[in-house]
Design a protein around this ligand. Structure first.
Ligand SMILES: NC(=O)c1ccc[n+]([C@@H]2O[C@H](COP(=O)([O-])OP(=O)(O)OC[C@H]3O[C@@H](n4cnc5c(N)ncnc54)[C@H](O)[C@@H]3O)[C@@H](O)[C@H]2O)c1
Ligand SMILES: O=C(O)C[C@H](O)C(=O)O
Ligand SMILES: [Mg+2]
Length: 625
């Protein structure tokens, strides 16, 4: 075990506790630490083929000869014992074969084939799968996560080989409390749940949406170091309104229209009660629920359960960090944020989440008074499928209402209810154009031409919709039409643009992946009762402050994905600190709330780091039950 006492000068009592926790953690989470001398081995209750067929414990050709003897594996594997490095080399040769003729990047024509190969590894050897993913995160995040995960969801019924996670359907009403005990793990830290109703920008994918929950949890393991034995992807299948799936004889989900109203809510209530009964400390991330339910369910559960909605809250934090970065990139102080004019295209769960958070952030910077909150509203112009939202609109959504422009304000700007995006951009001349509309190409040539008249010295263009085909514009379009001096951030990954003359147009990835893993890990380790606005704000501020002045001035407002484990650690520490300050932290395992309160910043960082799982094979010991 690493001795960190010199560095941090921890009190000996606290050091003992932290070390004790590490050892205790090793008992319960067998693969937390490497198999170097002094680390406890993992006790398994199975042998022979049962071990080889268990992805949590399987090491394949890396089983040593003594382990092969201990676990009755002799003769069941080819004789040459491989190191884990050699194993990965062998695997990578196979995976790389696909790349010979492929264009790389997000539009990789072999993306689905690569996903298949990686998924098969996931099914047979989780340690090796996460090692490959962590060591090559830049290359394979776009395969296991956005954008390829969208394609996976669309084709899930055909791709399905082995189940992963749990399915609760409308047919299971009344049974969920007992069903949760079918899951083999005694401890679950993180659940990502979807009802498949709005998968990325691809609409209702029904049961096939489980792919997104699996992809998000892959990042929880890779970025936040949550032990893969303690994550659970969940699909709540209440039917689908996707007519193509309803008519497809090979579709794997319930072939009925979605439950609505109280019937729908009662299913989600039953699920929440069941999972929190079996795992009282679990955290539930709601993912890709259509807006009409996203907001309602968040309001319903957020003060009772440890849960958050990633599309509403995670996206908001990432967008705020990006917007503050855009202010800094103009060489202005962050405190100038309330002066930014922002046009948002899309008023769904993500758009409204961003608007609410941006308004609150501005109001806080202006003194946090009611007047500040009111005046911040006037910085936003919101356009949805029916054009500019004003108070003249009939049947305006409850959540969008606070952002509807007064009719006289719109008139003064020369705009009317329902005005087109291009007219709004032309008249408002915004500092920021942000897209969460799910409409690919919405930032057309005309719209981008109009943005050239922005009053900003460095306009920001954020086409945040996913996957790649749904991005409101490409970086090539943005840089070539609006000019070199812009800040660009997209939800899905794009390559930097060569602008000629040795200049590079930097493409940031503005995706909630930079926050949700840290929000989950921080909440877990703080043992926070709920996830407060303050904890989410702390996460966003941490991300906003992560980039250096120099990087930001070069147009780099988010870290590269290769640094995702590091930023996640910092976000988690910020979340823990805020939970402690708000008196929400109840502690984690044998570190109680009082001990947590005594940790200084460095000790919190160490605490986070020491509780992150890394993919190393443990020594396996067989014991009869
Ligand atoms: N980058 C990220 O981290 C991130 C996070 C969450 C969501 N998203 C993406 O944001 C998109 C929207 O997600 P959502 O949950 O808000 O969806 P949603 O269906 O709830 O909302 C979509 C909104 O876009 C509006 N819209 C449709 N056509 C439009 C048009 N032509 N012009 C302007 N607005 C139009 C709709 O009226 C609606 O208000 C999806 O593509 C999703 O993948 C990205
Ligand atoms: O899944 C992503 O890539 C981001 C976001 O949660 C989305 O729904 O698009
Ligand atoms: Mg999402």
């Amino acid at each position: 075990m690493r001795n960190f006492s010199h560095k941090l000068k921890l009190s000996s009592a606290l050091l003992k506790r932290l070390q004790h926790r590490v050892t205790a953690g090793n008992l319960n989470s067998p693969r937390c630490f490497t198999t170097t001398e002094g680390h406890r081995p993992t006790i398994v209750h199975k042998r022979s083929l049962d071990i080889l067929h268990d992805p949590w414990f399987n090491k394949g050709t890396a089983f040593s000869m003594t382990e092969r003897d201990r676990l009755d594996l002799r003769g069941l594997l080819p004789p040459n014992v491989m190191s884990s490095k050699q194993q990965i080399e062998r695997f990578m040769v196979d995976l790389k074969r696909l790349e010979v003729n492929a264009r790389d990047g997000p539009s990789d024509p072999n993306a689905l084939a690569k996903w298949r190969i990686l998924n098969r590894l996931h099914d047979r050897n989780e340690t090796m799968y996460y090692k490959v993913l962590i060591d090559n995160i830049e290359e394979y995040a776009p395969i296991v996560y956005t954008p390829t995960v969208g394609l996976v969801c669309q084709n899930y019924s055909g791709l399905f080989r082995r189940p992963r996670g749990m399915y609760f359907s409308a047919e299971d009403r009344g049974e969920m409390m007992s069903m949760v005990y079918n899951w083999p793990s005694e401890q679950v830290d993180m659940i990502v749940v979807t009802d498949g109703s709005r998968i990325l920008g691809l609409g209702d994918q029904g049961v096939q949406g489980i792919g997104i929950a699996i992809g998000k949890l892959d990042l929880y393991v890779a970025a936040a170091g949550i032990n893969p034995q303690r994550v659970l992807p969940v699909m709540i299948d209440v039917g689908t309104n996707n007519e193509k799936l309803l008519a497809d004889p090979l579709y794997l989900g319930l072939q009925q229209h979605r439950l609505e109203g109280d019937e729908y809510i009662s299913v989600i209530d039953e699920f929440m009660e069941a999972v929190f009964t079996r795992w009282p400390h679990v955290i539930v991330q709601f993912e890709d629920f259509q807006s009409k339910w996203a907001f309602k369910l968040l309001q319903r559960y957020r003060n009772t359960y440890r849960m958050f909605n990633d599309d509403v809250q995670g996206t908001a934090g990432v967008a705020i960090a990006g917007l503050l970065g855009a202010v800094r990139a103009q060489g202005r102080p962050m405190i100038d944020f309330p002066k930014m004019k922002i046009v948002v295209a899309g008023a769904g769960s993500a758009g409204i989440g961003v608007l609410n958070a941006a308004r609150k952030t501005m109001a806080r910077m202006l003194g946090n008074t009611e007047i500040a909150f009111e005046s911040a509203r006037s910085q936003f112009w919101v356009v949805d499928a029916n054009g500019l939202i004003t108070e003249a609109r009939e049947n305006i959504d409850l959540e969008a209402r606070p952002f509807a422009r007064k009719v006289n304000e719109a008139d003064r700007q020369g705009l009317k209810e329902g005005a087109s995006l291009v007219d709004v951009v032309r008249k408002v001349k915004p500092d920021v154009l942000l897209g969460l509309s799910a409409v690919g190409g919405l930032f057309s040539k005309e719209v981008l031409e109009a943005l050239k008249e922005s009053t900003s010295t460095r306009p920001a263009i954020f086409p945040m919709s996913n996957p790649t085909t749904n991005a409101e514009c490409t970086p090539e379009e943005a840089f070539s039409i609006v000019g070199e001096n812009i800040i660009f951030a997209s939800g899905s990954p794009f390559k930097n643009v060569d602008l000629g003359n040795g200049h590079v147009g930097h493409c940031n990835q503005g995706n909630n992946m930079y926050l949700f893993p840290g929000i989950g890990l921080g909440t877990l380790l703080a043992g926070a009762r709920i996830i407060s606005d303050g904890m989410l704000q702390a996460a966003a501020e941490c991300l906003a402050a992560y980039m250096t002045e120099e990087e930001v001035l070069n147009g780099i407002i988010y870290p590269p994905i290769s640094r995702i484990r590091d930023i996640t650690k910092e976000v988690a520490a910020a979340v823990i600190k805020e939970a402690i300050e708000e008196d929400l932290a109840e502690g984690y395992r044998d570190i109680d709330s009082r001990e947590l309160c005594r940790l200084n910043q460095e000790e919190i960082n160490t605490f986070v780091e020491n509780n992150m799982w890394s993919p190393e094979y443990p020594t396996l010991i067989y014991k009869n039950d």
